[in-house]
Design a binder for this molecule. Sequence first.
Ligand code: ATP
Length: 276
Amino acid sequence: MNRLFYRIKKLKQKLIDRPLPEDTWISDRYHIKRVIGLGSFGITYLCRDQETRKLCVVKQVKPSRRKDKASIEMYENEVSIMKVLNHPAIPKFISSFQYKGHLFFAMDYVNGENIEDAIFAKGDRYREKEALLFMEELLDIVEYIHSQGIIHRDIRLPNVIKADGNLFLIDFGLARFLHDQIHSDFENLENYPVEKRLRRQNNVSSDFYALGHFLLYLLYSSFESDSKDEQPWEQELNITNLTKQMIKRMLQSEDAYHDIHELRNDLKHSLSNISS
Ligand SMILES: Nc1ncnc2c1ncn2[C@@H]1O[C@H](COP(=O)(O)OP(=O)(O)OP(=O)(O)O)[C@@H](O)[C@H]1O
């Protein structure tokens, strides 16, 4: 009986959470072209903004969650962070609004390819120097975010988009203001696995930790081996000791970075070591 009840509940939720169809209007301004994301909290649409005639992205809190306190807080948090950010490599906030009792916000559309697709679907490869140059560009964006007192907490391959040769950072759904003690106290990290805990700490080191993993993914994109035995990354990857040392500090297995300038200096040092 319980199982049946649960199934019906899930089915009802699926029906409630059906995205708005293509070609409909949101709030007389945004014309839906298609759905581009269906996450656990929200629905993401690619739309045409009638005011500017440009493409934009509109995110909606899932209808089944629109009255849920935690989801509303997440929405408000993402909106307040997007409003603060003003950088050419971050989609610009356009508006936030309620329409027919639903919560939405709109931002610029980045027309490009995310790095996950670029590596796994298209087959892009990054050798050490290219990977480090990539990190330098990404670090510029992260430095700007940190300078605004914000940490992203979800820097991953799908959240970085390459468009016209430039990098963009998206998805501030898990971002936090560094001084936001209320959400930090509310969020209990104790039961998370270590990796997730390190990614979600409310300090800049959590973004460096995520960047460390990001860099490893880039480096592994050009990894080739005939060996069946898996080795730790330090042994598998054919990279310089300076880069290895830097990654260890990013991953907090050695003396964690607490300051972006220190990390930037090490990155520069690694790069000049390869170039020469
Ligand atoms: N400004 C943007 N420009 C281009 N694509 C975007 C933009 N914002 C989000 N997207 C794309 O929309 C999809 C969903 O976006 P996003 O990750 O922000 O939503 P989400 O609800 O947090 O989803 P998930 O749970 O998958 O992370 C992703 O494919 C993402 O690449």
